[in-house]
Design a protein around this ligand. Sequence first.
Ligand code: SF4
Length: 471
Amino acid sequence: MKRYLVQTMGCQMNVHDSRRIEEVLSADGWLPTDEPALAQLIVFNTCSVREKAEHKLMSALGTVRGFKEERRDVVIAVAGCVAQQEGERLLQKARFVDVVIGPDNISELPALIAHAQGGGAPVARTVFDVHAPAFLEATPAPSKLEVTAFVTVMKGCDERCTYCVVPYTRGPERYRSSDAIIHEIRGMVEGGVREVTLLGQTVNSWHEPNADEPADEAPPWSERLARTSQFAALLRRIAVEVPELGRLRYTSPHPRHLTDELIEAHADLDVLARHVHLPVQSGSNRLLKRMLRRYTRELYLERIARLRDAVPGLTLSTDLIVGFPGETDEDFAQTLELVREAGFVAAFAFKYSPRPNTPSLKLEDDVPEAVKAARLQAVFDVVAAQQRPHLESLVGTTQRVLVEGISRTDPKRSTGRTARNEIVHVDGVDLEGAFLDVVIERANEHSLMGRRLSEAPVERPRFPHRLKVVG
Ligand code: SF4
């Protein structure tokens, strides 16, 4: 029996790619295992957005080196963004690695494994699928279906944020047709998925692919901006054509593509979560310009104010970088001010670190490490000070919770999320996939404790959301 182990080391896109790797392997007769000693194939699926992920890869590879020396039949593969970025170089750095494979080449994995098992030389396959973009559709085995699932709607990125490695590891933007997206979501929902998150590097720049337009020749910005309202149309189409879907999210949108049409879709579609993760990165216009984010703090704040007007009670989270080259105390003060003004209830904040191939490499990494650390802590403190009263304000209210599974800390409880993305723990098991009405009894530091309104599991309604307006 052929067994594989996939270790996922990165972001949501990376998690999504790991699922596709597992499906490709399963179709080739492989079975999963969590035990390295039982595996004939070990895949490290990497991410290079953060510097630590590369370090993590090198140390993870170190742990299997001896193992590989003892068992020459085991195939070691490295996938994901570090694989794309390093390619052949990775084979030089870790000579016991058999296969290096980029995100666009996952479907070729069985052939490359067979090549390695047949005694072939180590191989790196990292070619962007630009001219005839193929999106690997989810084909989960029935036993693998989950309550929540990701659906890729686009890949790559045409932005050139100066700190970011993604345009170089994931290539130019390519879009999937709405027909294919709807088909995949419908199949998932029929199989039991309750909540779908549309996935893309700048997900709200999605538009219907144009067969006449080569993906490696990006159209002018004016044209691309005119198209961005197509994402709102996609959301409306999903709501109309897959009415059994319980909840719809998307990640990560770019602030400058948060169009009026998208805000209107939020107002109109009950299926859309009442939470948006909208990366801001900095609150200083000077730094936003250096980062090439192509919006100002004023535009960002104006857009989220409109979003909140359209969806009262909507929660926001964000991504932030502290210590970008040239960041002064004044720049950082503006970031903290924006964090307060926006009222984020969660933030993924990171200390800047230079990434390979990125334009910001030319800028001096001049903010001392201790200053970066202090600024990072300050961001976390402000966000925590906002999250706590927000969670406490929900005590005594009834929230609709989609149960995702058993609580990681208490096997007698289940854990789910509200439409506003608050994590809720509730007594009882075997509730996975149910929408429950939960009375919130207590606020923890980052989550809520609640009790089911009725002891009987609430049947998931066939039409859990109502469309107020359809476009
Ligand atoms: S929008 Fe900017 S930060 Fe996001 S993936 Fe593209 S280049 Fe990177």
